[in-house]
Write a protein that binds this ligand. Structure first.
Ligand code: HOZ
Length: 429
């Protein structure tokens, strides 16, 4: 009889104590079958599970680990800061330094407030947009995921999509009715919703690069049209840059595409691996927040010194290394490897990449929206995932999550990944 692995034993206990055995659904592996492993430690581009198995990791704690796992600068910042106290509930200088950094780097942000997660950031943007405009309707896009906010769990991506619950139970129909959902990249649908209901729409919220149904890109002119229609109808345009912020460029995707949203939600990279989110934007809108304005928003741990120190250390190190340029190079090398492999096995699977984010869809059709992303063969993806995992390469356990490269991914990691993916893909046909 096989000995039970430590991961298996932990998962059995976790299932008795934690719903589904996990603290966030995608981690349960339901999108690919089998059982998740438990991590013992992580460093650079690699993780080791509790049974001592090593993996090249492309989840990167779902985005925050842009430098790689546990970078020295972040560890030192946390431990030095902790010597002076771990939470105050009173303003501390690091909050001002973080605000100065965000306002200095992100083109559209004039004022910013710190929160504890991306979900809090998007939730607060929605309330603020409604308070500012005095309107109720929200427009979102199929397959985009903005955290587990009631109003935004409508045709949502990420775990909600992976587990077949894009419209979550527990969201009152009256709340969901205030969210209008459009197919992404559909110019006509966007024009039509503004033509019929423009005066009632408080906000349009969008992942400018949707990365919760895999990864696809905006068609040329699509975000420009969104900006134009929002301005014409005095609707607040919210960019959810929780994934793309500080990752696709120093100033986020908005710096790259040159479009100025009214509000931006941030998270992940900005916390250096600690729980952090932020939202910010035009001063006139941000000034509606309490205590200056009537829109309430608060948080005991918001601006926590450890999280501020970790995030600032990571951002400064990215700046020092010109990490965004490095990620472009690593991304290009990674993509070249994937394309060589696809050519070798004679498949034209759709590989999407922008900077350090990527997705391989198991379909030869083009992918521009949720409907086309769903053409991917999930059975093949599951076999690909397990084949790679068994050989020490770990991708997200769902077709509908993006992969993340980090500054610490080196040639050895990329060579191993190319060899493993080539072997696994060749075995799938
Ligand atoms: N929904 C998250 C990624 N888009 C997953 C978070 C997690 O499981 O930690």
């Amino acid at each position: 009889m096989d000995a039970v692995s430590r991961s298996s034993a932990l998962f059995a206990e976790a299932r008795r104590l934690i719903p589904g055995g996990v603290n966030s659904p995608v981690r349960a592996f339901r999108g690919v079958g089998g059982e998740p492993f438990f991590v013992d430690r992580a460093e650079g581009g690699r993780i080791w599970d509790v049974d001592g198995i090593e993996y090249v990791d492309f989840v990167g704690t779902w985005g925050p680990a842009i430098l790689g796992h546990a970078p020295q600068v972040v560890r030192e910042a946390i431990s030095t800061t902790a010597q002076r106290g771990v939470s105050f509930g009173i303003s501390n200088p690091l909050e001002v330094e973080m605000a100065r950094t965000i306002v200095g780097w992100v083109p559209s942000i004039q004022k910013v407030r710190m929160v504890n997660s991306g979900t809090e950031a998007t939730m607060s943007c929605i309330r603020l947009a409604r308070g500012y405009t005095g309107r109720d309707l929200i427009v979102k896009f199929e397959g985009c995921y903005h955290g587990h906010v009631d109003a935004l769990l409508v045709k949502a991506g990420s775990g909600a999509l992976t587990h077949g619950q894009p419209d979550s139970a527990g969201v009152p129909a009256s709340v969901a009715a205030l969210t209008l959902t459009l197919p992404y990249n559909d110019f006509e649908a966007l024009r039509a919703v503004f033509a019929s209901r423009g005066a009632e729409i408080a906000a349009v919220i969008v992942e400018p690069v949707p990365a919760n149904a895999g990864l696809y890109l905006p068609r040329p002119g699509y975000l420009e049209l969104m900006r134009e229609l929002c301005s014409a109808h005095e609707t607040v345009l919210i960019f959810d840059e929780v994934m793309t912020g500080f990752r696709l460029a120093k100033g986020g995707y908005q710096e790259r595409c040159g479009i100025t949203p009214d509000l931006t939600a941030l998270g992940k990279v900005i916390g250096g691996g600690l729980p952090v989110g932020a939202f910010g934007g035009r001063e006139a809108i941000m000034d509606q927040l309490s205590p200056d304005g009537p829109v309430y928003q608060a948080g005991t741990l918001s601006g926590n010194p450890l999280a501020m120190a970790a995030g600032l250390a990571q951002l400064r190190e990215m700046e020092r290394l010109n990490g965004w340029q490095r990620l472009e190079e690593i991304g290009a090398n990674f993509e070249a490897g994937v394309r060589r492999t696809l050519k070798q096995i004679g498949k034209n699977y759709n590989f999407r990449r922008i900077g350090s984010m990527f997705c391989l869809y198991f379909t030869e059709g083009d992918v521009w929206d949720l409907a086309s992303a769903q053409h991917s063969d999930k059975g093949l993806f599951g076999r690909f995932f397990h084949g790679c995992r068994e050989r020490g390469v770990y991708f997200a356990p769902s077709q509908f999550e993006a992969g993340f490269l980090c500054v610490a991914h080196n040639e050895v990691d990329l060579e191993k990944t190319e060899r493993v993916t080539a072997e696994v893909l060749a075995g799938l046909s």
